[in-house]
Design a protein around this ligand. Sequence first.
Ligand code: 9MR
Length: 572
Amino acid sequence: AAVAATSAVRVNQVGYLPDGPKRATVVTSATQSLTWQLRNASGTVVASGSTVPRGADTPSGQSVQVADFSSYRSTGSGYVLAVDGSSSAPFDIRADLYDALRSDSMAFFHHQRSGIAIDASLVGSAYARPAGHLGIAPNKGDISVPCQATVCDYTRDVRGGWYDAGDHGKYVVNGGISTWLVVNSFERAKRAGKEAALGDSTLRVPERGNGMPDVLDEARWELDFLMRMQVPEGKPYAGMAFHKIHDAAWTDMPMRPEQDAQPRELHRPSTAATLNLAAAAAQCARVFRPYDSAYADRCLSAARRAWAAARANPAVYAPDSDSTGGGAYGDTRVTDEFYWAAGELYATTGESAYRDAVTSSSWHTSADAFTPYGFSWGDTAALGRLVLATVPNGLPAADVARIRSSVTAAADGYLSRMAAQGYAVPVPADGYFWGSNGEVANDAVVMAVAGELTGDGRYRAGALEAMDYLLGRNALGLSYVTGYGETSSQNQHHRFWAHQLDPSLPRPPAGSLAGGPNSALQDPVAQEKLAGCAPAACYVDDIGSYSTNEVAVNWNAPLAWLAAYAAERTST
Ligand code: 9MR
């Protein structure tokens, strides 16, 4: 399919908040400052000014200038920014800009649910589908799933949860971090007194109206699965979590979940998965407590068992080589997962054993808990810092102050990196990895938390500008979120939303975030179409490019977190 030409004037194609930053990037060979004009829907110039030449921008490989119209605060739709004969895509300025994205980006998880029919009354007929992996032929899972040979001699019921991405695998490390972000979005909103927007009957989920906040209903679908992945008592590795469950071989595309005829297998437990379960379940115990204390108790007991099992088996690593039929999610350094899980368990229980695990961890004082590339499924120390910085706990005040400073120092780093780049991206030029859009969103989460801790508006502005990047102010002038912006990703790698392969199938639903530029070109389509690309331009909206254009729960989770944050009104 032909790619629509994008304007040289790159904006957030959804728009800008009245009280937020409003910047655009202009691709131009001009070296001197240019005039920008902001025009309203009837073409009237409502503001104008001069761009700031920025010269060559390394990540995009483009020569750019920046226009700043932040001081314009009047609401409306159909604005365009015009510079040097080029006009941007149209955009809005309004306070409710992110209301729709808040629910659409969170609805992604419901669409990804395994083990339940996705009902037309909630999602519309195009996205409805039968339940996947409930043991109904041709499915072979997930009610009675055997372990791989050499792992164990029994079967487990591991139904439910969310499919990870465009595939049908379910991976505990990635499920854990994604659940954590979904629940954390609620916990953060609650601290701000704004959790009603995520409360009961705010989302299109089957559980709406049950008295439980819908965001927690959604998280519970995955938490139940994560707890099913725990090795039962009386078996070797009891209390640990199986690393993952997926098909014996990669399934063809397209293929809806209920059509999958491959054998499903449990892969051996890992310390990383066990600690992910411990962290997510400990967080569950704290956040669900006011709404369902019995469930909170269940989560806490799973978290304690997982923690003890990880301590007893501290070096059972998932190898990178285990990638037949599913992703590896290999991780051979788990000190960061120990720190994160200890932080969650301590914040929830206040118990000295967990406090000691926090304070004796090398990550308690390490200067690089926030890596230059942000946190990820394999780098979780930052999550420990975020919880200990925001949830009241019994650490000495000086420790809490130092932990909080580490959050703001990381956010300062992202801000200065954004200021130094033509497109205001928090990741460095060499940070365009598989899932770079998820990293951008994760960094924005850190900036938002720094804003909460300090009250300094620069951090909120940074988080919002990261959103600008995802929604069109980027090297390709493309919104990476389906259905948001004039030109958005439409062909993400997915076995059901595979319209590009079969026109009878839907495109990804609105609110689905593409993985984004990946300069390593790790799939054949990217290798063919993107040779020689500048890092931030190594992306193609083709269903075959799984290394640049897949969707995944760990990328939509920070997007949903951010959308909920950005949708909150700051005044009144
Ligand atoms: O997000 C994962 C990325 O960090 C890895 O480099 C990549 C290759 O191992 O795998 C990514 O995760 C994919 C997983 O392996 C399988 N389901 C889809 C995930 C997103 O592409």
